[in-house]
Design a protein around this ligand. Structure first.
Ligand code: UDX
Length: 439
């Protein structure tokens, strides 16, 4: 079976590489010549644990090209894995997806199954089919299938190789049987349904997880007010299998390329059909507020951030990725700079991407120690292992005023109590082991 994949971002490249690992010959297509050259020489253009190794392991079955015509003309299956970024109004921007659909229509010379992996609004697969069929240059049959991915950044390869389920949305049996053949060596349950339901499974799954995070964040906020401990509360809730113990970590809100975009897109779609998705709207609103929680907490210690030396630990939206999309730091650091603070930041892999967005306003540091030097306050935005393993005594040794505001609950309170710091985290008691009379 000849497989081509359009797009070599997180979805496209991981899909292509994992299909090659399961024995398929795959051609990955991207318009960016620089990226294609990198991949041809065995370098992954994105940071994703295990991806480059798997790519190099399967190089004989993997091809990279900018020549979409040749990649699509005789493919049996073409996966679309290009981005669907969020538009100003919250809806999904489908320009890239429709662009690929037109390229496929212009190129294919034999019957093929077009598989939509990109997260697209419900009903888009029908439109993709229309676009392809109305632009076909040859007399061939095209079958469009929805096959959403459920990978998380940072564990994308693992999630794809050991996916929890394979969802196949088709309107005719043929496309379903081709996809079952593609996935025959994957060890996962296969759900075959119609296209709209497959599209909805993806959105409903992501929005439910976003809702779970916003829910636990609200409970955390209430825990702070009434004096309960969110870690114990979540631990106690998680034993109920109906609730589950995953995605109950309170923090400063969800970021990334999926939850913010997919919650807004489904909400937008519902509105478009005159229906208000109230729970999803609540998840979005709670998340917007939660992102600003650390700066709000800092007001307990400093009236203003003006003139303060601020240490920022972690820039990315979560550990294990250099991705900054919708990272809480993108809203918070500009606010700190606007307030007149001197911001010093550390991140093990995210600095280069952050620099492209905020080249001059931040001082970037090579280590946590360097970042904390002489700081008046420290904000933890990402729970990197390096932060979690950091010696708590060093905060007081290095900082001018050891106030640590932890947006990811990186430390056990019992450990914090042994250090000479002020420690304010999410949904837990504030630990004050030193005076803040300097404030
Ligand atoms: C997510 C989904 O998990 C994945 O199934 C889907 O295909 C794409 O979207 P991803 O965005 O890579 O994956 O990251 P994920 O690990 O889900 O985290 C998303 C955000 O939620 C991060 O900002 C993370 O910090 C936050 N989060 C997650 C919490 O705040 N608390 C949690 O308990 C879990």
């Amino acid at each position: 079976m000849k497989i081509s994949v359009a797009g070599t971002g997180y979805v496209g490249l991981v899909t292509g590489v994992c299909l090659a690992e399961y024995g398929h010959t795959v051609t990955c297509v991207d318009i960016d010549e620089r990226k294609v050259a990198l991949m041809e020489s065995g370098i992954s253009p994105i940071y994703e644990p295990g991806l480059e190794e798997l790519m190099n392991k399967n190089m004989e079955r993997l091809h990279f090209t900018t020549d979409y015509g040749r990649a699509y003309e005789d493919a049996d299956v073409i996966f679309i894995g290009v981005g669907t970024p969020e538009k100003q109004d919250g809806s999904a921007n489908l320009t890239y997806v429709y662009g690929v659909a037109e390229e496929i229509a212009a190129s294919i010379k034999k019957d093929c199954v077009v598989v939509v992996k990109s997260t697209v609004p419900i009903g888009t697969n029908d439109k993709i089919e229309e676009v392809i069929k109305s632009n076909l240059q040859h007399d061939v049959n095209v079958y469009v299938a929805s096959n959403p991915e459920f990978l998380s950044q940072g564990s994308a390869v693992k999630d794809t190789l050991n996916t929890s389920r394979i969802v196949i949305g088709v309107e005719e049996e043929f496309a379903g049987s081709v996809l079952q053949e593609v996935y025959k060596d994957f060890n996962a349950p296969i759900v075959v349904t119609n296209r709209k339901s497959a599209e909805m499974i993806k959105y409903a799954s992501n929005d439910f997880l976003a809702l779970k995070i916003s829910f636990i964040n609200e409970i955390a906020n209430l825990c702070e007010i009434i004096g309960a401990d969110i870690e114990d509360v979540a631990h106690g809730m998680g034993f109920d299998k109906r609730i589950g113990d995953k995605f109950l970590n309170a923090g400063i809100g969800y970021g990334g390329s999926c939850f913010p975009k997919d919650t807004k897109a489904l909400h937008w779609l519902a509105n478009f059909h005159d229906y208000e998705l109230k729970t999803v709207k609540a998840a979005i609103d709670v998340n917007e507020n939660q992102k600003l929680k650390l700066i709000k907490k800092s007001r307990k210690y400093y009236e203003s951030l003006k003139g303060l030396n601020i240490a920022v630990l972690g820039l990315t939206f979560k550990p294990g990725t250099d991705d900054l999309r919708e990272a809480p730091t993108l809203v918070n650091i500009p606010l700190m700079v606007e307030d007149g603070a001197n911001v010093r930041a550390w991140d093990p892999v995210g600095i280069e991407n952050f620099k492209k967005l905020h080249p001059k306003s931040v001082t970037y540091c090579a280590s946590i120690e360097e970042t904390l030097q002489n700081a008046d306050i420290c904000f933890i935005f990402t729970e990197w292992d390096e932060v979690k393993a950091f010696d708590l005594n060093k905060y007081s040794e290095l900082m001018k005023h050891p106030i640590v505001i932890d947006g990811r609950n990186c430390y056990q309170l019992s450990d914090v109590k042994k250090a000479k710091i002020v420690y304010d985290s999410i949904g837990r008691e504030t630990i004050q082991q030193v005076e803040t009379s300097f404030v």
